[in-house]
Design a protein around this ligand. Structure first.
Ligand SMILES: C[S@@+](CC[C@H](N)C(=O)[O-])C[C@H]1O[C@@H](n2cnc3c(N)ncnc32)[C@H](O)[C@@H]1O
Length: 243
């Protein structure tokens, strides 16, 4: 598995803050209905841990297994967990990758946000089958699909502008079809000081496009949209449960 994220991990908190703000309102009420005594929550591709915080707040007694394969992203995740007394008691950080990550015998929920497209269809099918076989009664798999349903040309667009200290940051994102279901995204971080460009960090990653219908079919589970997700540009959050 290629680690797309380490080269840009130093900037990722700015992306994750936006992701958490847009997807958190969908995730929290779904998890609130889960029986967290039946097993831990497994979060797959936990990134820097912003969604981990949302899971922990929604299920205050749950144990959480936060799986993250990128070394630099995992460093931020571990720092976030280690410096919060509550998270430290409850969150176990694991270096592994889907679909063959180690799974507890029973899980009350799995959270897969912004990750599914990093897997091709056979790998996803294997992941859903493995998660389904571990789900406790009433358990759910919550998947965020990132909103790119089919390959298409996406011209370079300024996706984030933010400031930290005396530096201004811009995140530019572009994408092109790369054959079959695949998109190749190119992202560029530009760092400015007093209007002068002082750094530029580019990277690219591949993303297998998938929509909620395909997700439902390949998962072998029943699905529903997360209720809080509405409106143009809202993230697509799908709740899967055993049929
Ligand atoms: C778009 S980020 C999302 C991070 C986090 N879930 C969030 O929403 O803020 C995708 C994350 O998935 C991780 N990832 C990529 N491939 C993975 C795989 N096969 N298994 C688990 N995680 C993976 C990346 O390292 C990265 O941290």
């Amino acid at each position: 598995m290629r680690d797309y994220y380490s080269p840009v991990a130093e900037f990722y908190e700015m992306v994750a803050a936006r992701q958490a703000a847009s997807s958190g309102p969908a995730l929290a009420p779904v998890l609130a209905g889960v029986d967290s005594t039946s097993g831990p929550v497994v979060e797959i591709g936990a990134g820097t841990g912003r969604v981990t915080e949302i899971i922990a707040a929604a299920l205050p007694s749950a144990r959480i297994v936060a799986v993250e394969p990128s070394t630099a992203m995992r460093a931020v995740l571990t720092s976030r967990v280690a410096t919060d007394d509550t998270l430290r008691q409850r969150v176990t950080v694991v270096d592994a990758a889907a679909p063959d990550l180690p799974l507890p015998a029973t899980i009350c929920a799995a959270v897969v946000f912004g990750v599914a497209g990093h897997l091709d269809e056979p790998a996803r099918i294997r992941l859903w089958r493995r998660l389904r076989s571990r789900l406790a009664p009433g358990g759910v798999v919550v998947v965020e699909l990132m909103g790119v349903r089919r390959p298409r040309e996406i011209p370079p667009a300024l996706s984030i502008r933010d400031s930290i200290g005396r530096h201004d940051y811009e995140w530019w994102v572009a994408g092109s079809p790369a054959g079959g279901d695949l998109m190749r995204f190119t992202t560029t971080w530009r760092v400015y000081r007093a209007g002068q460009l002082i750094r530029e960090v580019s990277d690219s990653y591949d993303w297998h496009t998938i929509d909620s219908d395909q997700l439902t079919r390949e998962s072998g589970m029943v699905s529903r949209p997360a209720a809080a997700v509405t409106g143009a540009g809202a993230p697509e959050v799908v709740v899967l449960a055993a049929a």
